[in-house]
Design a binder for this molecule. Structure first.
Ligand SMILES: NC(=O)c1ccc[n+]([C@@H]2O[C@H](COP(=O)([O-])OP(=O)(O)OC[C@H]3O[C@@H](n4cnc5c(N)ncnc54)[C@H](O)[C@@H]3O)[C@@H](O)[C@H]2O)c1
Length: 425
């Protein structure tokens, strides 16, 4: 039988768990710090670097950076000088950067289609890695990274930082303690609009000084099909299949990943998705949908109902874990609401002694990213257990790729966990 857990008991339990976490590591001398490199210094790379400095500045030194748009390379160099107090070596070719044996850890914060070649090269060079999600651009590439990472013995943290978010950790503990009873269903959604900056979704402003001369197009393309220089593709790569899975691998993977985390799941057994480009039609040449829904089945009687629409932000984004005795929802990564399940307005008997509550931690995603980076550093130092290892990153990526494959083939896709492969039905 599941014991009743009041919020007070629950909070006590969480506090005890936190206090048994590894002690904060003391400051290191300059020579003892981990030597860190960053590859890809666009929006995410600069943000993760900032969070890294906030979390573990005294444990690391950024000694090398690589970026194929010269303005961003120069900007990141300035930033390291100002914030880290040292001058990093700069590179346009990541393979050259990786030859530097003094580098211990590489942060790969490049577009999705470059994750595979960069992660494989970094592992071959013997580096520990922080690899942004999705793990890779295809399921098959993901398996290659999993294999290489395991063989290398190096530490690889995948950038699914919700696993380091205190509210999802709490939700997971609550589910495990039986606060919402038996669970068969989760709803996940991401709604946003592009009204704030007046441009269509993911049509990010192209830097005014960007040109073919200061943007290394062929290094951006990497393994992708060759084509003439195109600023839209370079600076708005999320809109094109060659470089991205769009909603599936940009937003959805975070949400299937954290549902797996909270509810103790791994890979779905099937996915059926649909949607399309409904809002930004021709002459916009985007390929990925702006409106998207996916239904996942899991082998153990569990379903995720996912929806995403990029033209209306009314309901924000979040996940709702719906049990027979209650619901936990995490909204915008910073609010957790707990509701008991009711019949005629009264809590079901099993939940009668459980108190509903709401917790709001503004900006909690920043805390999560800092914690995620700290966890990588402490795992390398042998002081912590890694939160998002490569296998978990691949599980998250598989659900994203299943949704893309179902959408693009207009068919249901099934996952065979014995063979680790998929088929359309
Ligand atoms: N975990 C999260 O919440 C989260 C949030 C945003 C983005 N991301 C991930 O971060 C990654 C980067 O996304 P972004 O929004 O920063 O994209 P971005 O376009 O802003 O940045 C990518 C940078 O990589 C550079 N680049 C391209 N090819 C390169 C190469 N061959 N060598 C070195 N640099 C190269 C580009 O010039 C650009 O500055 C993606 O995988 C994305 O999914 C994760």
């Amino acid at each position: 039988m599941i014991p009743d857990v009041s919020r007070r008991d629950f909070v006590k339990g969480t506090a005890a768990a936190v206090s048994s976490a590894p002690a904060v590591v003391s400051a290191l001398g300059a020579n003892d710090r981990l030597q860190v490199a960053f590859i890809g210094l666009g929006g995410r790379g600069r943000y993760v670097m900032d969070m890294m400095y906030k979390a573990v500045k005294d444990q690391v030194a950024v000694t090398a950076i690589c970026e194929t748009f010269s303005t961003r390379l120069a900007g990141a160099k300035d930033y390291v000088q100002t914030t880290g107090g040292n001058t990093p070596k700069t590179f346009v070719d990541y393979k050259e950067l990786l030859q530097d044996k003094s580098i211990d850890v590489v942060f790969v914060t490049s577009p999705e289609h470059l994750h595979h070649p960069m992660a494989m090269a970094a592992l071959a060079a013997g580096k520990h890695i922080y690899l942004e999600k999705p793990l890779a651009h295809t399921i098959e590439e993901g398996w290659e990274i999993v294999k290489a990472a395991k063989k290398s013995g190096k530490v690889m943290q995948v950038g699914t930082q919700n696993r380091s978010n205190s509210l999802y950790i709490k939700a997971k503990e609550m589910v495990a303690q039986g606060m919402i009873g038996e669970i068969h269903y989760a709803r996940a959604f991401w709604y946003r609009n592009a009204l704030a900056d007046g441009s269509p979704a993911w049509r990010y402003t192209i830097p005014s000084d960007a040109s073919e001369e200061n943007t290394d197009w062929s290094r951006f393309l990497g393994p992708a099909p060759k084509r003439p220089f195109n600023k839209n593709r370079y600076y708005q790569w999320r809109l094109y299949w060659d470089y991205s899975g769009g909603i599936s691998t940009d937003l959805l993977v975070h949400q299937t990943d954290v549902t797996n985390f909270v509810c103790g799941k791994t890979v779905p057994s099937s996915c059926m998705s649909s949607g399309g480009v409904y809002q930004w039609v021709q002459p916009d040449d985007r390929e990925v949908p702006d409106t998207f829904s996916a239904v996942y089945e899991y082998a153990d009687r569990f379903q995720i109902n996912y929806s995403c629409f990029l033209g209306n932000a009314q309901f924000g984004h979040g996940e709702q874990f719906m049990g027979r005795e209650g619901t936990i929802e995490v909204l915008n990564r910073q609010v957790l609401n707990f509701y008991t399940e009711k019949v005629n307005g009264k809590p079901v008997p099993q939940a009668a002694s459980r108190k509903e509550f709401s917790e709001n931690i503004p900006g909690n995603d920043n805390n999560a990213v800092q914690s995620h980076v700290r966890n990588l550093i402490e795992s390398i130092q042998g002081k912590a257990k890694l939160v998002a290892p490569v296998e978990v990153g691949q599980q998250a990526a598989i659900s994203g790729h299943m949704a893309t494959l179902s959408y693009r083939n207009r068919k249901m896709i099934q996952w065979d966990s014995a063979k680790n492969s998929y088929r359309f039905v």
